[in-house]
Design a protein around this ligand. Structure first.
Ligand code: AR6
Length: 171
C-alpha cells in the first residue's frame, strides 16, 4: 500500500473512506469528529445511533472500528474508530495501532481503495505528535491489505512538519 502524508482537512479528502477519531459513544464530539459530523450532515449521526441501538449498545470499544455512510462528504464511507487516551504511566500504543489496523480492515472489507486517516489520539486525547505518527506509520507502512493508498492527513503545518521529520522525508 502506498502511504502519503498531507497537510489538510480530512473532511475535504477525495477518497473512498475517511477515518474518524471518535469516542465510544459514537455520538459526536470535538476535533475531527465534530468536523466530520458537521460537514457530513445528520445521516452519519443517524447511522451511529442505529449502531448504538444494535451491535454497540455499550459503545464502540477502544481500538475497534465500524463504518457508516459519509453523508454529504466527498468520501463514500466514514470508518469510526476510538483511540486510547494518552497515558504517561501505561503503554497504550497497541490500542492505538489497533485503530489503524481495524480501520484499514473495515475499509478493505467495504471495497475502499483509498483511505484517509487523521492522526488518531493526537488532539483531545493527548498523544504526543511524534509518537502518534510513529504508531500510525508502523501499521500503515507494513499493512497487508487490498487498500491501495492510505493518506495520513495532518491538520496543521507544525504537525505536518513533525510527521515529515518522523518519516525522514525532506521537509
Ligand atoms: N482534519 C484533519 N485532522 C484534524 C481535523 C480535521 N478537520 N480536526 C482536527 N484534526 P482529535 P483525538 C486533528 O482531538 O485526540 C473528539 O471529541 C487534530 O489536530 O480530533 O483522537 C472525539 O469525540 C489532531 O492532530 O481526536 C473524542 O472524544 C488529530 O486530528 C476525542 O475528541 C486528532 O485530534 C478524540 O480525541
Amino acid at each position: 500500500m502506498q502511504v502519503n502524508l498531507v497537510q489538510g482537512d480530512i473532511t475535504r479528502q477525495e477518497v473512498d473512506a475517511i477515518v474518524n477519531a471518535a469516542n465510544s459513544s459514537l455520538l459526536g464530539g470535538g476535533g475531527v469528529d465534530g468536523a466530520i459530523h458537521r460537514k457530513g450532515g445528520p445521516e452519519i449521526l443517524a447511522e451511529c445511533r442505529a449502531l448504538r441501538a444494535s451491535h454497540y449498545g455499550r459503545g464502540l470499544p477502544t481500538g475497534q472500528a465500524v463504518a457508516t455512510t459519509a453523508g454529504k462528504l466527498p468520501a463514500r464511507w466514514v470508518v469510526h474508530t476510538v483511540g486510547p487516551v494518552y497515558s504517561a504511566t501505561e503503554d497504550r500504543a497497541e490500542l492505538l495501532r489497533d485503530c489503524y489496523r481495524n480501520a484499514l480492515r473495515v475499509a478493505g472489507e467495504l471495497g475502499a481503495r483509498t483511505v484517509a486517516f487523521p492522526l488518531i489520539s493526537s488532539g483531545i486525547f493527548g498523544w504526543p505528535i511524534d509518537d502518534a505518527v510513529r504508531q500510525a506509520l508502523a501499521v500503515l507502512d507494513s499493512a497487508e491489505t487490498t487498500v491501495e493508498q492510505a493518506t495520513l492527513v495532518l491538520f496543521d503545518a507544525a504537525t505536518y512538519q513533525s510527521a515529515l521529520s518522523v518519516r525522514g522525508a525532506p521537509a
